[in-house]
Write a protein that binds this ligand. Structure first.
Ligand code: NAD
Ligand code: UD1
Length: 338
């Protein structure tokens, strides 16, 4: 019996597989490496000293996907595979809907066919939209502002309908807040293509001298220091949340949306200061205009994760900054040169 991990070579997938292997769970990965490198999976094996099976397969390729279900006795799926760049999704909506929605439908059809009805799906706090107040609880009305977010919302809806048609499914929709940091070994981490869109990879690239300075997007939000507040969560805590979700679905039928965050908000300036202090590195910055589509404050109510999964995030913002920097310093070019 094995757990199928789609998109397992990516940032969150690779960290989650470390936790799965360390819990002695057999893992089969499919990834087309559109936003990752197979080297990440070699590193996962180096960290854990355990083997995993990986296929270079596009989840849109139904035939090859079916072969994976034929080759292995899959007991559950963790579905990370998807495109995730917000700006790109606005420019290329069809690519995003095709890859994320069609790819997911192909996967769910095969799961149904092979009677694999346990699923952990990567959703996002982006489904809470712009107007809900924090702390965000799972039962709030959802809305989205870009095609990427809409794919997450639509997949959640598709899975609700699948469960309503067949109540033997066991599904958890994990709504991630802002995953940052890297594995403590420094061997795996976030490896963005081109100019990073998100705060932490931009900060680490300024730290290493790849970028001159950070632009802080907005200083007039209704927050303690005027800069945006987010719920940053260490990627290793997030990965452990997947293990808890997997344990949960083996015991419970139904479909549950669950936030994975720390429940604490930190401002951009706090992140910069904590990073500088933790790593003894200076991050020059200037204030820029607000980024369109951004909100002032976004953090999770994490009581449902604690109650249902028995999971809480343990790592501090300082841990996140230190571990992100270790990965960036050890591998300034990410996985590129391997
Ligand atoms: P990532 O891009 O590092 O990982 C996604 C992986 O999926 C990549 O390895 C990519 O090559 C693969 N992939 C994409 N399309 C594929 C396809 N058609 N077939 C096979 N493989 C495919 O992203 P991540 O940060 O690890 O995110 C994982 C999941 O979590 C994504 O679904 C993402 O939308 C979601 N999520 C991420 C964040 C975040 O901040 N990183 C926040 C909320 C939700
Ligand atoms: C972004 C995405 C969101 C996605 C989330 C996690 C957008 C509009 N939203 O959210 O859909 O779910 O990432 O992947 O892209 N910041 C700066 N300078 C920078 C980068 C960011 O000041 O160079 C600020 C932002 O304004 C924000 C905070 O840092 O206040 C965090 O930004 P980011 O890491 O991009 O995450 P989100 O905005 O939460």
């Amino acid at each position: 019996m094995a757990v199928l991990v789609t998109g397992g070579a990516g940032y969150i997938g690779s960290h989650t597989i470390v936790e799965l292997l360390e819990a002695s769970i057999d893992v089969v990965v499919v990834d087309n490496y559109i936003n990752s490198k197979p080297e990440a999976l070699n590193r996962v094996q180096a960290i854990t000293g355990k083997d995993l099976t990986f296929y270079e397969v596009d989840i849109l390729d139904e035939k090859s996907m079916e072969q994976v279900f034929e080759n292995h006795e899959i007991e559950a799926v963790i579905h990370f595979a998807g495109l995730k760049a917000v700006g790109e999704s606005v420019a290329l909506p069809l690519s995003y809907y095709h890859n994320n929605i069609t790819g997911s439908i192909i996967l769910f059809k095969l799961m149904n066919k092979y009677n694999v009805k346990r699923l952990v799906f990567s959703s996002s706090a982006t489904v809470y939209g712009l107007s809900n107040p924090s702390p965000l609880t799972e039962n709030l009305p959802l809305s989205t502002t870009n095609p990427y977010g809409t794919t997450k919302w639509m997949i959640e809806k598709i899975l609700q309908d699948i469960y309503h048609a067949d109540s033997t499914w066991q599904i958890v929709l994990l709504r991630y807040f802002n995953p940052i940091g890297a594995h403590e070994s420094g061997l795996i981490g976030e490896d963005p293509n081109g100019i990073p869109n998100n705060l932490m990879p931009y900060v680490t690239q300024v730290g290493i001298g790849k970028r001159k300075q950070l632009g802080v997007f907005g200083k007039d939000y209704d927050t303690p220091d005027g800069t945006g507040v987010r719920d940053y969560i260490h990627v290793v805590d997030l990965a452990k949340g997947h293990l808890s979700a997997l344990t949960y679905i083996t015991k419970h039928k139904g479909i549950e949306a669950i936030n994975l965050g720390t429940g604490n908000g930190h401002s951009v300036l706090e992140v910069i200061k904590t990073f500088e202090k933790a790593n003894n590195v200076t991050i020059p910055y200037t204030f820029e205009k607000r980024r369109p589509g951004d909100i002032g404050t976004c953090y999770a109510d994490v009581s449902k994760a604690k109650k249902l999964l028995g999971w809480v995030a343990k790592r501090s913002l300082e841990d996140m900054c230190r571990d992100a920097w270790r990965w960036q310093s050890m591998y300034p070019e990410g996985y590129v040169n391997d």
